[in-house]
Design a protein around this ligand. Structure first.
Ligand code: NAP
Ligand code: NAG
Ligand code: NAG
Ligand code: NAG
Length: 329
């Protein structure tokens, strides 16, 4: 691990040059850096109108990062929400950060990857993404199997005018190392499951040392109803009802959700949360004002020593070994 780190650090500073400025971009096209709070759009699908309304409300509330994916099958409605939100908040495109993800059915050569990107851009109604992530290190064509090297190489050839940064989700340490050593290009960001029940602190530290930014998905833990799949025996209590978090929340005049999000931001990770309800969208946004003390952070660290649970792991369903060497597998 250490030797690998040194080798990577040796070229990491120059690492982005090959991908930077392939197509000249004007000052007006330049974007903001990735905000610490992001609005997620998975399962935001009561109806297209409802999805658009939630995204628009999020932007009007103050969120400046929207997290999308082709796999969520709602990018046209999300795009309509982005357009409406920008208009109502009197903002321009380059004042928000939009992320989307390449689905497993578009892995492979650059023609295939470009087609995935072009579909997403057309669905979202956008000219460019701030960040394009490989959703999984898995191709579904013709059958599910581990694949990421050629796809990553293809992602690196995407024009800068359409994609500002490229990154990954859901990689294992071995996969991340293999990716970097074989292409000599590190991802800009790695999005992964992170919450008080799955803290992965040394894994985050490893990214910090490499200069890869980390985004936390499902930051409210087992609050996502999809994660309740009937096998609740060794389940930790609902994160937002966890006694430690509730107590900290009372003490700091926050809600438990705000405590979980503030803790995530205090670790330097960008927290990507989702809600279809206006009051939660507002509540979660206000997490930025929930100030935690060192003693609170220590107590939340202990929550992670007591409970360890990874909720999002399709290894079984896909018959592919994911997250090898990481916690909660
Ligand atoms: N890269 C990946 O593989 C990957 C995987 C998973 C997720 N993600 C991204 O991360 C985003 C967030 O993850 P997630 O959707 O799994 O989980 P989450 O944001 O941690 O939790 C969402 C759930 O919490 C509820 N909720 C939100 N705020 C609340 C509050 N203040 N109080 C009480 N309940 C609240 C929501 O309910 P309502 O919606 O009913 O209000 C929803 O059921 C996704 O939308 C997606 O963009 C990416
Ligand atoms: C979306 O629909 C749900 C369920 O009907 C509703 O509770 C929620 O308020 C709606 N959200 C928005 C932003 O309209
Ligand atoms: C919208 O933003 C522009 C540029 O920041 C500003 O000049 C204009 O006054 C704003 N319009 C409204 C209605 O707030
Ligand atoms: C607690 O938070 C609420 C809502 O954010 C706020 O209105 C109230 O003034 C706060 N109370 C204290 C004592 O800080």
């Amino acid at each position: 691990m250490k030797q690998f780190l040194l080798a990577i650090l040796a070229f990491s500073n120059a690492g982005c040059s090959a991908f930077e400025f392939q197509t000249p971009i004007t000052e007006a096209q330049r974007t903001i850096s990735q905000p610490l709070l992001g609005f997620g759009t998975w399962n935001l699908k009561v109806s297209p109108e409802n999805t658009s309304a939630a995204v628009s409300i999020a932007i009007q509330t103050g969120y400046r990062q929207i997290d999308c994916a082709a796999a969520y099958r709602n990018e046209p409605a999300v795009g309509a929400g982005i357009a409406d939100g920008l208009k109502k908040a009197n903002l321009t495109r380059n004042q928000i950060w939009v992320t989307s993800k390449l689905w497993n059915d578009h892995h492979g050569d650059s023609t295939t990857v470009q087609a995935g990107l072009d579909q997403t851009l057309s669905d979202l109604g956008l000219e460019y993404l701030d960040l394009y992530l490989m959703h999984w290190p898995v191709s579904s064509v013709p059958n599910n199997h581990e694949e990421y090297i050629s796809t990553w190489a293809s992602m690196l050839t995407l024009p800068k005018s359409k994609v500002r940064h490229v990154g990954i989700c859901n990689f294992s340490p071995t996969q991340l190392k293999t990716l970097i050593t074989s292409t000599r290009e590190k991802p800009y960001a790695h999005q992964m499951e992170l919450h008080p029940y799955l803290q992965q602190s040394s894994w985050i530290k490893f990214h910090k040392q490499l200069g890869i930014s980390v985004s936390a998905y499902s930051p409210l833990g087992n609050n996502n109803p999809i994660y309740h799949n009937g096998e609740e025996k060794d389940y930790p209590p609902a994160l937002l009802e966890n006694k430690i978090l509730v107590k900290i929340a009372e003490k700091r005049n926050c809600t438990a959700a705000q405590v979980a999000l503030a803790w995530g931001m205090s670790r330097g990770t960008s927290v990507i949360l989702k809600s279809k309800h206006e009051e939660y969208i507002q509540e979660n946004f206000n997490a930025a004002e929930c100030t935690l003390k060192k003693s609170d952070l220590k107590k939340i660290e202990e929550v992670g020593e007591k409970w360890l649970k990874r909720y999002n792991n399709p290894s079984g369903a896909w018959k592919v070994d994911l997250f090898e060497g990481l916690d909660g597998v």
